[in-house]
Design a protein around this ligand. Structure first.
Ligand code: T1G
Length: 689
């Protein structure tokens, strides 16, 4: 290899055995920002002009091949060269250009690879077009080249689905040409040399034909729309992706590229994409927490889970999925055995569905131990997660027992969803090692993990909780101690507002339908019936018909599980508006002399969600949440808040804070409005910077 020379600050150039190697090194993920595009342009021009180079390999240093366009550039003036200009240089090259892929070639990174004449990858590499999750579409030829390489049907799955695929499948589908075992760069150089030696053509994907004609393509698109109706509901990008893919089958390549760009520009300025890009960064910003610089997470290798109920077994599965040995303990009879049986069944079902291999299922089960002895479970654990009944007395008692037998450096975590963590920590001799790990049911499905820091929780334990969250595949959000922490506290006003509003005229189903149309899979009454009216705040011993919930519970209407609740249910648990429940509501409203009126969806959304915005502002100003975007990502991942709104804080900024404050003043009274919200509204500020 001749000496390596620097093309720009982030790129180097060398020629090895007749092959030019253009390496980009732009941490953390070699995003295709302006500087990278400039470097690629300069390097490609040099390689094409270099008489010593007969082929070109494009390669990235660091952990991954280009992971896409630089998302932070969207919404700002586009600086040339844009990606298509760089790709034109590649396709115009008179020398074969080979993409050497490792890590994750995503979005524009995959599109760059497709503009190359050939592609090689490591066996662990992944390729994908996740733009749809940002409310976008591949805007640099992906919707035009992928159908030409793999066909319309596979292009639909790859682009509208947005999920990356591994190198083996990419090779089988024809997206890459070779998997390189061993060192990638030498393998790519050798491949380029072989192409030249064999006189292989300069194969340009743009010159390939799409597998279906216009009519067959339109039929395929209609079938896709019909079978994915629910997934596409509420989102704007999928519909425009389908239009771009149709263009691949009906227009010339350049016309299709122009169509794709027009559709991309429509999306990049859309509120949906701005919201989804906000959540992309919110998820990553949540991991930035105010602890002493240099503090490292503690080592966690063995985990004990106390309590084999629904949450305990779900939490055990989360750790088993991530490869941790788990000792699941429950003092009550055969509870641990029943919990283990649920875990075995879950992994078996996943294997039957092909979601995991049978071997992986067995591996996970092999990591599970069960028993009824707390000491056996706790004494060897680095982390103990308590997931017993939500009773302060019970939790304090169990923490005393755990504290007495746990290892000196063990972390003691509670899964409590609203109890005061400091009161739990106070009964131990190690309050600095007590933390909250609040999982959301079902724990092995919901992505949110609230890491609750007690007044005395050490920075090292906090860092461990946040690091564990990432390793468990969760979105870890740091929370202070208050009733309900972040997500439950911020969403509680929606339920309260719904219970008040239902007395003023709208039925439970009208209120839920307004929430469904806003984008929630479940409205407040649908959720109430699912969880159980008897579970959320019903004091059976002192119930006296003072609220609709008490009246329904006293009637034995506890929700889906027993006699219906706000809805009636058939044998298949299909819900129908309940004349009985609505009669109870009307009688209750009459006795309370509540004026009746009609409400449209917009009014219902205001009544239910503006108080949520207000509570979100309060948890930020109280320091319970570090920032507004933490509230957004918590509700998006813990409550299914529709991502195309960006979460309550992002949505509120779009609605306009002055309008929200005026409405809240009328709805709940000025004294109840968050001072932070009022100040920002007055200053023309935003909750999310
Ligand atoms: N642009 C800007 N910054 C990015 C970025 C991107 N594409 N990807 C990651 N980062 C930052 C991230 O914010 C974080 O910053 C750091 O890199 C590490 O990320 C034209 C229009 C690649 C799988 O959607 O999926 O191409 O917090 O914590 O867990 O058609 O990042 O350190 O300051 O996530 O190892 C398409 C998005 C863009 C890929 C690595 N590409 N990124 O995961 O690290 S649109 C994507 C990811 C596009 C074209 C279209 C992941 C990752 P900080 P991280 P990770």
């Amino acid at each position: 290899m001749n000496e390596m020379s620097r093309v720009t600050a982030i790129s180097t150039y060398a020629v090895a055995d007749g092959i030019a190697i253009l390496t980009i090194d732009s941490p953390p993920v070699n995003a295709l920002g302006h500087a990278v595009r400039v470097a690629l342009e300069a390097g490609l021009r040099r390689a094409v002009a270099d008489a010593d180079a007969h082929g070109i390999v494009i390669h990235c240093a660091g952990r991954t091949f280009f992971a896409g366009a630089d998302i932070s550039e969207f919404g700002k003036p586009l600086q040339q060269p844009d990606l298509n200009a760089v790709f034109d240089l590649i396709e115009a090259s008179t020398k074969p250009v080979v993409a050497a892929i490792h890590g994750t070639a995503l979005g524009g990174g995959m599109e760059l690879a497709l503009a190359c004449h050939y592609r090689v990858a490591t066996s662990s590499a992944k390729l994908g077009l996740p733009e749809v999750s940002l409310g976008l579409l591949p805007g640099a030829g992906g919707t035009q080249r992928v159908p030409r390489l793999v066909g319309i049907e596979k292009a639909l799955t790859l682009i509208v689905g947005g999920r990356p695929i591994g190198a083996t499948k990419a090779l089988a589908d024809g997206l890459i040409d070779r998997i390189v075992e061993g060192d990638l760069l030498p393998g790519a150089i050798l491949y380029a040399q072989q192409l030249i030696a064999r006189g292989e053509p300069l194969r340009r994907v743009r010159d390939l034909a799409v597998d279906l004609d216009a009519t067959a393509t339109r039929e395929a698109l209609e079938r896709f729309r019909a079978t994915h109706k629910r997934d596409l509901q509420g989102f704007k990008a999928p519909g425009l992706i389908l239009q771009a893919i149709e263009a691949a089958a009906t227009l010339t390549f350049d016309e299709g590229l122009a169509r794709e760009w027009a559709l991309f520009e429509e999306l990049v300025d859309s509120q949906e994409s701005i919201a989804q890009r906000h959540l992309f960064f919110a998820e990553r910003t949540a991991g930035k927490i105010p602890i002493e610089r240099g503090v490292q997470p503690l080592t966690v290798e063995r985990v004990a889970v106390i309590g084999a109920g629904t949450m305990g077994t779900g939490i055990a599965m989360v750790f088993l999925n991530a490869g941790y040995p788990v000792f699941l303990v429950d003092k009550a009879g055969d509870a641990a055995e029943r919990g283990a049986a649920r875990i075995h069944k879950t992994f078996g079902d996943l294997a039957d569905k092909g979601r995991i291999s049978p071997e992986e299922g067995m591996r996970r089960v092999g990591l599970l131990r069960i028993g009824s002895s707390l000491e056996d479970a706790v004494s060897g654990a680095d982390l103990v997660v308590e997931a017993i009944f939500e009773s302060m007395a019970l939790k304090q008692a169990i923490f005393k027992e755990i504290d007495a037998v746990a290892k000196a450096g063990a972390i003691l975590a509670s899964n409590t969803s609203f109890l005061d963590l400091d009161e739990i920590a106070a009964v131990t001799a190690r309050p600095d090692q007590v933390i909250g790990l609040h999982f959301f049911a079902p724990a092995n499905i919901m992505r949110l993990l609230e890491v609750v820091r007690g007044a005395r929780t050490s920075d090292a334990v906090i860092a461990t909780g946040m690091s564990l969250g990432r390793r468990l595949g969760k979105v870890a959000v740091l929370s202070g101690v208050c009733d309900g922490f972040i997500a439950n506290r911020v969403m509680k006003p929606r339920m309260e507002a719904a219970e008040a509003l239902v007395l003023e005229g709208p039925t439970p189903s009208e209120i839920d339908r307004a929430m469904n149309r806003y984008g929630f899979a479940m409205g407040p009454f649908q959720m109430f019936d699912l969880v159980g009216l008897d579970v959320i705040g019903w004091d059976r011993d002192n119930s006296a018909g003072r609220t609709v919930q008490e009246v329904l519970c006293e009637m034995g209407r506890w929700g889906q599980k027993k006699n219906g609740g706000y809805y009636d249910y058939d044998e298949q648990r299909r819900a129908a508006p309940s004349p009985v429940a609505e009669q109870v509501i009307r009688e209750f409203a009459a006795r309370a002399n509540v004026p009746q009126q009609a409400f449209d969806d917009a009014q219902i959304v205001e009544r239910l969600l503006y108080p949520v915005v207000n509570e979100g502002a309060k948890v930020v100003e109280e320091g319970i949440a570090l920032r507004a975007s933490d509230v957004d990502i918590a509700l998006a991942t813990g409550y299914g808040w529709p991502v195309w709104t960006g979460g309550p804080m992002c949505w509120a900024d779009r609605i306009g804070l002055p309008r929200i404050v005026d409405s809240l003043d009328a709805m709940i009274g000025p004294d109840s409005v968050s001072p932070l919200l009022r100040r920002l509204a007055a200053e023309g500020g935003r909750l999310t910077s």
